[in-house]
Write a protein that binds this ligand. Structure first.
Ligand code: NAD
Length: 309
């Protein structure tokens, strides 16, 4: 019997023929996301029927979606963050869940540094102004000699920490599971979350979005940060309380922010758009040719293994 696979990420197989070839060689029938964007719950419900496995991006795999996919046996996340999947419910139904740890770490780490530089040196603002016929010189911040605070020292946080060291910054880290061995080797130090907020010039978030990390950065945490500090989020929207961030940026509680991820994506009417001390990108942290290739191949291997093919 043919195994039917729903593939939702738009970049899947776009620049690398191998993942699709792997599925075809395994005899899978492939159904693609026809919408050209992240699907809604209702669209997922319609697409999941009769499907054995899903290669999923950011689209919701909720209880309703799982219940609609009567033959669903495996969900393979094309990426790392699994907050769009109701894992507990899926597991209770015997559905195997996998993700692609490490596949996009370098891409996200590089994007984090790029965003930080863009805010510190007003790169996006300057670009916008030149296009508007202006020629302004905004004073910026240097990275060298500053303290970078990394919240979450998993695959991505570590790579950001190591790059920050390469840029001659000191690095403070916070994680619920600190790894003293890695910290010693990398020349970084762990501290409490509050200490990190108070001592860092730049705070970069690399934790998953789960109940305890929802609005982990809100009014009180922003108030602890230095007046000249910059907040970077390439992890997940929802970790930052965006209303509190807007107030903090308008009232000079902190100096700037760089965001690749938002509580509601795509961003439509956010007041953050009005602010020049914010740089925003459209959840592109993992969008490099290399990361897309790694995620595609790993997601297919995981799926085929889960399905026993
Ligand atoms: P990871 O699982 O390797 O690391 C997460 C780290 O966070 C772990 O060390 C864990 O112990 C720590 N952690 C978990 N809960 C915590 C808490 N409450 N307080 C402090 N630390 C906590 O994941 P990763 O590969 O480093 O990815 C991190 C996040 O980045 C992902 O969950 C994902 O949401 C996001 N991400 C974003 C993009 C993008 O395109 N912008 C791409 C990939 C991943």
């Amino acid at each position: 019997m043919t195994v039917k696979i729903l593939v939702t990420p738009r970049t899947f197989g776009k620049s690398d023929p191998v993942p699709l070839a792997m599925l075809e060689e395994a005899g899978c029938e492939i159904v693609r996301n026809p919408h050209g964007r992240v699907m809604t719950e209702e669209e997922m419900v319609a697409m999941v029927q009769g499907v054995d496995g899903i290669i999923v991006g950011l689209d919701p795999v909720t209880k309703k979606v799982i219940d609609s996919g009567g033959s669903l046996r495996a969900v393979s996340k094309y990426g790392v963050g699994v907050n769009n999947i109701d894992i507990d419910y899926a597991v209770s139904k015997g559905i195997k869940i996998t993700n692609t740890p490490g596949a996009n770490s370098a891409a996200v780490a590089e994007h984090t540094i790029g965003l930080l530089l863009s805010v510190c040196r007003h790169i996006a603002t300057s670009d916008r102004e030149i296009r508007q016929g202006k020629w302004t010189q905004h004073p910026g911040f240097q990275l060298e000699g500053k303290t970078m605070g990394i919240v979450g020292t998993g695959q991505i946080g570590r790579q950001v920490a190591e790059r920050a060291k390469g840029l001659r910054m000191s690095v403070l880290c916070y994680d619920i599971y600190p790894d003293g061995f890695w910290a010693k080797k990398a020349g970084v130090a762990y501290c409490s979350f509050n200490e990190l907020l108070e001592r860092s010039d730049f705070v970069s978030l690399h934790v998953p979005l789960v109940d305890v990390t929802y609005h982990m950065i809100s009014v009180n945490q922003l108030a602890r940060m230095k007046k000249n500090s910059i907040l970077v989020n390439t992890a997940r929207g929802g970790i930052i309380d965006e209303n509190a961030l807007y107030d903090a940026l308008v009232n000079n509680v902190i100096a700037g922010a760089a965001l690749d991820v938002f509580e509601n994506e795509p961003v439509e009417d956010s007041p953050l758009k009005e602010l020049d001390n914010v740089v925003m990108t459209s959840h592109i942290g993992a969008h490099t040719l290399e990361a897309v290739q790694n995620m595609g191949r790993m997601a297919v291997s995981n799926l085929l293994e889960s399905l026993g093919i």
